[in-house]
Structure formats: C-alpha cells, structure tokens
Design a binder for this molecule. Structure first.
Ligand code: NAD
Length: 281
C-alpha cells in the first residue's frame, strides 16, 4: 500500500505557483488577486477562509476577504460580487459555502463573472467541463486529478466508482474522470446497494461526509481509494469517509485524512487564480 501524500504534492504546486507569480509580476506587472466572500459565523467556514488567505499570502497574491453578517440581504451580496467583477485587481472570486438559508446559492454563484469563477461552480464553467472544454474546474476534484497525474495512475478504461454526487464534489469529479476515459459509476444516498458498486471498482473516490462509510468488505484487493470526506468526530480529530485502518491494507494507493485531498483543494484554488490572472486582458 502506498500513501498518496497530498500535503507534499500541494507544497510543490504552491512553489510552482509562487515562482510563476514572481514572473508575472516582473514581466507584466500583474499581481493575481483573490476576493473571498464569507458570510456568517460558521467556525469551519472561517477556518477554511483563513487557510485560503494564508495560502494566497504565501504565494504573493493580493487577497481580500469580505466578511459579512448572516443577516445580510441577498441583494447586498450580489452588489459585492458585482463590485468584485468590475475590480481590475481581482482575478478570482470565491463565495464560501454554505450560505445562510435565506440566500439562494444558485443565484449567487450565477452572478460571479465566469472568467473570475476560480471555484468552478458557475453553470458556464460546469457546462464547459462536461463538454470537455477548457474551463475553471472545482478545486477539490481538480486536486484529485492532479494526484492521479503525480502518481502516474492511468485512468483510461478503469472502472471508477464515485460515491457522493454533489455539485461541488461528486458531479465534477465524475465529469473529469469521464473526460479521462474512465468508466464511471456515480453513487449517492439513494443508491440501492453501494457495496455492489464499490467492490467492483478499480478506483473508489468518496466524498459524502459520513465517517467510516467505506469499509474493508466494500473494496476489492489492490483498489485505489481517494477519500475526500472531512469529518470532525467527538474527540475533535478529523477523519475521512473511509475506515482507513481496515481499508488501507487492501489498497494499492490510498489518501490519508488529514493530509490528502484537503491541501490539494487549496493548492488548486491558487492555481485557478493564477490561471485567471494570466488570462487578464
Ligand atoms: P453534500 O452534503 O453536498 O453531498 C453529499 C453527497 O453524498 C450527496 O450526493 C449524497 O447523496 C451523498 N451521500 C450522503 N450520504 C451517503 C451515503 N450514506 N451513501 C452514499 N452516498 C451518500 O456534501 P459535499 O459538499 O459534497 O461534501 C462531501 C464531503 O466532502 C464532506 O465531508 C465535506 O467536508 C468534504 N469536502 C472536502 C473537501 C476537501 O477539500 N477535501 C472539499 C469539499 C468537501
């Protein structure tokens, strides 16, 4: 069994981004800029935004965070996004999810300029992804694809089971895998027999938010398991969706939690923002 080390891979990506930022500054006087919109007091969202801001600082980006109370109106959020759409120093706009219940998330995401949609959630970018065209791709699934690439894991013709079908994880993950010529099965909460699908797969990619959902008897010998789940359990520690202790001995490759997909998500945010800055006209 080999661990896929997301932490060190993410560091390599950050080093590359930092040197490209330096080059962009020197050659074109461009400093990539990221605006984060954070609404409410959710501690997890605050901690993610803090990590993202720190990562931006480390690679030399300009970054700003619009921190708003959860009583803010939808129109005010839209006005802030429109301001960022028009701000020439801002290349990427990220709205930290989840949003408060009175806000229509789909509507908010549609307001972001698709050229600044570094989270890849805008329907324009999702459509382009599904069509196999160049687009901004959601950071978490993009990070998983970088892991496959770095570890030279060939996807063509492989049976891949994606567990979880959200717009931000499972669906873009499945589209990327399909674009890489894998045979993809997408499973979710209504799937009748999850084990029947996971146990046949060469590669299982899980992102559901249920600690220990994937057990030893659900994975075939030699399978590759990618655990996207991040769950805080009672003792305060972070675990994934895979019963790592019992599943890992059966795998050829597996990602740990923490230190697997999580750091890659932030690295891909940096890489998407750099891409947006390079596309400045
Ligand atoms: P979500 O709640 O929007 O979607 C969950 C998906 O899992 C749904 O499609 C649902 O049908 C499916 N599901 C739920 N219970 C299931 C079960 N018992 N069996 C099969 N399918 C089931 O969640 P999300 O935003 O997609 O996040 C999923 C997980 O990924 C969470 O743990 C989240 O913290 C994590 N996540 C991690 C990163 C990262 O950077 N590593 C980024 C985003 C999300």
């Amino acid at each position: 069994m080999q661990l896929i080390d997301g932490k060190s891979l993410a560091k390599k990506v950050q080093t590359t981004v930092a040197s490209e930022v330096e080059q962009l500054k020197q050659e074109k006087n461009i400093v990539p800029g990221l605006a984060v919109i954070l609404i409410g007091d959710d501690p997890a969202s605050h901690s993610y935004v803090k990590m993202k801001a720190k990562a931006c600082e480390n690679v030399g980006f300009y970054s700003i965070t619009h921190n708003m109370p959860d009583t803010i109106s939808q129109d005010e959020i839209i006005a802030t996004i429109e301001m960022m759409n028009d701000n020439p120093r801002i290349d990427g706009i990220l709205v930290q999810l989840p949003l408060p219940k009175h806000v229509d998330t789909d509507k908010i995401l549609e307001v972001i300029d698709p050229q600044k949609d570094v989270d890849g959630f805008h329907a324009y970018n999702v459509g382009r992804l599904v069509s196999g065209l160049d687009s901004f791709v959601a950071c978490t699934p993009l990070g998983v694809m970088k892991m496959f690439e770095a570890y030279k894991i060939d996807l063509e013709g492989k049976d891949v089971c994606v567990v979880g079908a959200s717009n931000i994880v499972g669906k873009p993950m499945a589209a990327l895998l399909l674009n890489a010529n894998a045979t993809v099965t997408i499973t979710h909460i209504f799937t009748k027999d999850l084990k029947a699908h996971t146990s046949k797969a060469d590669i299982v990619v899980v992102g559901v938010g249920v600690p220990g959902l994937i057990k030893e008897d659900m994975i075939k010998d030699g399978a590759i398991v990618i655990d996207i789940g991040i769950n805080r359990i009672k003792d305060g520690s972070l675990v994934g969706d895979v019963d790592f202790e019992n599943v890992s001995p059966k795998c050829s490759y597996i990602t740990p939690v923490p230190g697997g997909v999580g750091p890659m998500t932030i690295a891909m945010l940096l890489s998407n923002t750099l891409k947006a800055a390079k596309g400045r006209v």
